[in-house]
Design a protein around this ligand. Structure first.
Ligand code: UDX
Length: 435
């Protein structure tokens, strides 16, 4: 099939490349000329495992092409996915300006039946608004038909290609048999579980899924707080809970709170949506509060153990909001580094792939070429992202390089007992002190 994707960010690009991989012809569109230039000339503007190789293959065979023109994309394809950004406004609402622009542009350039599919996370009812915008912008007296559908994306950064190719489910929110038939055709090669429903329900499935996962994280982070106080080990608690099939072990990793481009924004948007519909979503408000508190309590732990922060040299391993991505959006590292800098600490940081993005967002940090350079003469080390590489480090070298061998492990990622035996003082989350 000929498919257009409007918006070539994480979701749009991965979706486009994967749709090409399963046999479709894809035209990816973005209004950022620089990004399209990079994509056309063989570059990839984001780091995502596996994406580069697939992109190179299908760019060469022209199964995927790029443009800055929505008109061109809309003319070429029958199915048009909308994957543009929906940033949060100050009041927590999602800013849907880009979505409206796409709907308007597509309508003005329509010459045959089109199916517009929301891929971005949008508040329930956005489907109705897109439909209305198209009607208002179709050429006068037009009899052209169109459908609007919702097909929320559940892929995770860092494993996005894998997630796309092997989804737990594909959700299709449709309002006509024609739209359902077309979308089933798009996803046929994946042989996935398909849930077909109406547009508003599909939008709600996305809200509820992301918010539920965020709730699991805040729940275990709250449990970790209590574990810390009563001398229990949250890792064992999570293991013990996780064997219960009704609960499951995933998303019970305690840490410095969730970040990224989705959870913080999606939780905000769901709270707002509930408010507007007259419901006080108090559980989700607490989820958000716990997430903020988690960073603060990590900072308090450092202040407590390090005594004075002023003039201390603090090493940071990991800046990205999670491992296997270069994404710094809403990364916990930003809040933590900023707070320690405000108290007069010097920060020496290293991240395997996120440093270029980090440099644009944090000032006054010494960015180091590897994990060893970051710990040189440091008074303590903070592990903020769970990159595999940090488990393979030679800790003898680290011990000999650091000024004080104190580690704050914000992800409970390192082997605290082994490091303790090796002379490190290690502090994790919800586990008490392991020295
Ligand atoms: C998330 C959803 O998982 C995905 O379905 C949706 O399409 C987009 O949002 P993503 O933001 O890429 O994906 O990352 P995810 O792996 O879900 O992690 C989100 C944040 O939660 C990260 O900061 C991560 O470190 C944190 N997290 C995750 C925890 O703190 N504990 C966990 O157990 C899991």
């Amino acid at each position: 099939m000929d498919i257009a994707i409007v918006g070539s960010g994480y979701v749009g690009l991965v979706t486009g490349v994967c749709l090409a991989h399963i046999g479709h012809h894809v035209i990816c569109c973005d209004n950022n000329e620089e990004k399209i230039k990079v994509l056309k000339s063989g570059g990839v503007p984001i780091y995502e495992p596996g994406l580069n190789e697939l992109l190179a293959k299908y760019r060469k065979s022209k199964r995927i092409v790029f443009t800055t023109s929505i008109a061109e994309a809309a003319k070429k394809a029958t199915v048009i996915f909308i994957a543009v950004g929906t940033p949060s406004k100050k009041n927590g609402d999602a800013d849907l300006t880009y979505i409206e622009n796409v709907a308007r542009e597509v309508a003005r350039n329509m010459d045959s039946y089109k199916l517009l599919v929301e891929k971005s996370t949008v508040p329930a009812q956005t489907g109705n608004r897109i439909e209305r915008t198209i009607r208002l912008n179709l050429p006068k007296n037009s009899t052209l038909e169109f459908d609007v559908a919702s097909n929320p994306e559940f892929l995770r950064e860092g494993s996005a290609v894998e997630d796309f190719m092997h989804p737990d489910r594909v959700v299709l929110g449709v309002s006509s048999k024609r739209a359902e038939r077309l979308l089933r055709e798009v996803y046929k090669p994946l042989k996935a579980n398909i849930v077909v429903t109406n547009v508003a329900t599909a939008e709600m499935i996305k809200h509820a899924s992301n918010s539920f996962l965020a709730t699991k994280i805040s729940f275990i982070n709250s449990v970790a707080q209590i574990c810390e106080r009563v001398g229990a080990d949250v890792e064992k608690v999570a293991e013990g809970m996780g064997y219960d099939k009704r609960i499951g072990r995933s998303f019970l990793n305690t840490g410095i709170g969730y970040g990224g481009s989705c959870f913080p924004k999606d939780v905000d948007a769901f709270v707002r949506l509930a408010e507007k519909s007259g419901y006080d979503f108090s559980i989700l408000k607490s989820v958000r509060q716990v997430n903020e508190d988690q960073k603060k309590s990590f900072i308090r732990l450092i202040e407590d153990k390090l005594w004075n922060i002023k003039d201390k040299t603090i090493a940071v391993w990991g800046l990205a909001f999670k491992a296997n991505t270069d994404d710094m959006r809403s990364a916990a590292s930003l809040t933590i580094i900023e707070a320690l800098q405000a108290e007069g600490a010097s920060i020496q940081a290293y991240d395997p792939v996120a440093m270029d993005n980090a440099k644009k967002m944090i000032k006054g940090v010494k960015f180091c070429e590897d994990a060893y350079a970051a710990v040189k003469d440091a008074d303590c080390l903070l592990l903020l992202t769970e990159w595999d590489e940090f488990r393979k480090v030679d800790f003898t070298k680290v011990r000999d390089t650091m000024s004080q061998t104190v580690i704050f492990d914000g992800r409970n990622f390192l082997d605290h007992d082994a490091l303790g035996a090796f002379g490190f003082e290690c502090y994790g989350i919800g586990r008490g002190k392991h020295a």
